[in-house]
Design a protein around this ligand. Structure first.
Ligand SMILES: Cc1ncc(COP(=O)(O)O)c(C=O)c1O
Length: 386
């Protein structure tokens, strides 16, 4: 007997991130490929989740999530994002940011609709679009600043374009979109009646005194933005699978309908854990920023010393490094050679682009303990030209 796979997944492949992780495990290397996040989970988040299990909070919740968490999110959105949001009608808690993104796409678009991604993009954004039969469209932003130009964005919009995905701070470039760039997004989105989907999972990981700006806080954008946020990175709980979408009530209702069908609800006791985390004293978020900034500096100094010029990230916990002059034919060959020669796994830049722009780049994740990072940096010096 033989069965075919669905046409929806025919052209989908596991990402090079998983491939590099496997290759890294084979050589017992240091994995700076995958974005796992090594920091400890804050005690108040852990304890509140454990308490919720002990208290019997183990059954399904409402598909949009428990009220105390939605209320804590609404307070946080006001405090940190400048957004006034109705906790009962404008928030859906989902199975991670990934779940919120998938539910949003399924709820708001039809097969064949175009969705614009900014390159370098986050691979899950692309593959989730493909899985749902949407047409990915691309606009490449050039290093080192990855600036968004109005004329380029205008030119990238096609007749079937329905939405633009923003990732700020961005994985993999670390770019934080400025209020001027977001004003460009507003003008083009208004002109072409586009929805904006903003993945803000790294909102609390920002450097050099820069602050994250939520696209929905830009005048005119709240009405047409689905803000997608999560807890994986803020509380180092990537395995808990908790994120949420924030949008106007009619959009939220549709997203919640799909969220129910796909996931029923987010993990019940863990919702109580993150609700407690959102009430953490503000110095928690300050410490998080400082800690990642120290790690960013360790890796960027090490990359520069090893001749792999880093594009210094403004936020998130990844850095793209320029390895073009090492002379490897493509980024995958370079990343595999780097792993073989140094025992450090990275992700080939080609994983973030459609064209050849990523072939001279590799991405490192620096969400690792300092000792591991120092050891990785020491080893990077062994990387040799092809
Ligand atoms: C840009 C971006 N969005 C979403 C995710 C996944 O988020 P979650 O764990 O909330 O599904 C990641 C994880 O690496 C990411 O980099």
């Amino acid at each position: 007997m033989s069965f075919t796979v669905s046409r929806r997944i025919e052209n989908l492949h596991p990402s090079d991130i998983r491939l590099m992780t496997k290759a890294c495990e084979r050589v017992g290397g240091i994995n700076l490929g995958q974005g796992l996040g090594d920091l400890p989970v804050p005690a108040l988040v852990r304890e509140a989740a454990i308490q919720a299990i002990q208290d019997g909070q183990n059954t399904y919740t409402a598909s949009e999530g428990i009220a105390p968490l939605r209320q804590a999110i609404a307070r946080k959105l006001k405090r940190d994002n400048g957004l006034a949001v109705d906790a009962d009608a404008e928030i859906v808690i989902s199975a991670g940011t990934t779940g919120a993104f998938a539910a949003t796409l399924a709820a708001l678009f039809n097969p064949g609709d175009g969705v614009l991604l900014l390159e370098p993009y986050y691979g899950y954004h692309l593959n989730t679009l493909l899985l749902q039969g949407l047409e990915p469209q691309f606009l490449t932003l050039a290093p080192p600043a990855f600036s968004l130009e109005e004329s380029a964005l205008e030119a990238a919009v096609k007749p079937n374009t329905r939405a633009l995905v923003l990732c700020t701070p961005s994985n993999p470039s670390g770019k934080i979109f400025s209020s001027e760039e977001l004003a460009i997004v507003e003008r083009i989105a208004r002109k072409h009646n586009l929805l904006v989907i903003s993945d803000e999972i790294y909102e609390y990981i920002t450097y050099d005194g820069r602050r994250h700006i939520s696209p929905a806080s830009i005048p005119g954008l709240a009405e047409r933005t689905v803000s997608i946020m999560g807890f994986s990175k803020t509380f180092s709980i990537t395995g808990w699978r908790l994120g949420y979408a924030v949008a106007k009530p009619d959009l939220t209702k549709a997203i919640n309908l799909v969220n129910d069908l796909l996931y029923v609800c987010a993990p019940s006791p863990l919702q109580h854990g993150v609700a407690a985390g959102l009430n953490a004293p503000s110095d928690y978020f300050e410490k998080l920023r400082n800690e990642y900034q120290r790690k960013r500096d360790i890796i960027c100094d090490g990359l520069a010393a090893a001749g792999m010029a880093p594009f210094i990230p403004q936020g998130a916990y990844y850095v793209l490094a320029d390895i073009a002059h090492f002379g490897y034919p493509d980024a995958k060959t370079a990343a595999l050679a780097l792993l073989e020669q140094t025992g450090v796994a990275s992700v080939p830049g080609s994983a973030f682009y459609q064209g050849r722009e990523g072939e001279g780049l590799v991405r490192f994740c620096f969400a690792k303990d300092d000792q591991t990072l120092h050891e990785a940096v020491r080893r990077l010096g062994k990387f040799r030209p092809a």
